[in-house]
Design a protein around this ligand. Sequence first.
Ligand code: IPE
Ligand code: IPE
Ligand code: MG
Length: 241
Amino acid sequence: MVSPLVVPRHVAIVMDGNGRWASKRFLPRIAGHRQGLEALRRVVFACTARGIGVLTVFAFSSENWKRPPEEVSGLMNLLAFALAKEVPVLHKEGVRLRIVGAKQHLSERVRDSLAQAENSTAANSRLLLNVCFNYGGRWDVVQAAQTLTKGGQEITEESLSRNLSTAHCADPDLLIRTGGEMRLSNFLLWQAAYSELFFSDVLWPDFDDTALDAALDAYASRERRFGMTSEQLPAASDSVS
Ligand code: IPE
Ligand code: IPE
Ligand code: MG
């Protein structure tokens, strides 16, 4: 059982392994993505039940456009379907939805439904769900730097952080990647500077409360030093997080 005292405030997840989940069952890859949506719903509820305040998930990367066109359009359709079906459920659960990523490359239909989903859940505060769609960590740093440059502002760590696409929340405490790969694949490169990393072999469609608790248990056992020594921590732990 995870101690409530050490529950991360912000959990980020690279939801990986949908394609392999489908291949193992001789199903088309999109079937894995559909099952991945079920897993996401499960994990959102699990996070609210555990008092996690922010969940940020990687749903479609800047690089995922390189996939076969039928998979890309399948994922776009799944996003539209998920928004239509899930937003009322999320709203009822007190979840605020934010879509994070380069929206200008998405179709007008998708952009409109994203804006509508964000607006209708804007007042909710139980859990903030950031869905990173058409997101890349490099894109994020570049767009923040470009905003500052255009405004004639100095680039500092603080000003850059304030202009990232996740500036509305603190950096992730725990970053989980499912599916067995041990890489970030261009996710939250700046924001994950001091996140605790957890790699799970569970394929995303199979990810459940038990798999989440394994990550939360591992997190609870870590010592986050932020560059300091262990001895310094008890006095400083409030000021570094
Ligand atoms: C992650 O699952 C979902 C997306 C990248 C959209 P994958 O589709 O990458 O699944 P694998 O890694 O091929 O199993
Ligand atoms: C990362 O997974 C992107 C998402 C989960 C949305 P990928 O499956 O695209 O990552 P690589 O290609 O294996 O690095
Ligand atoms: Mg993958």
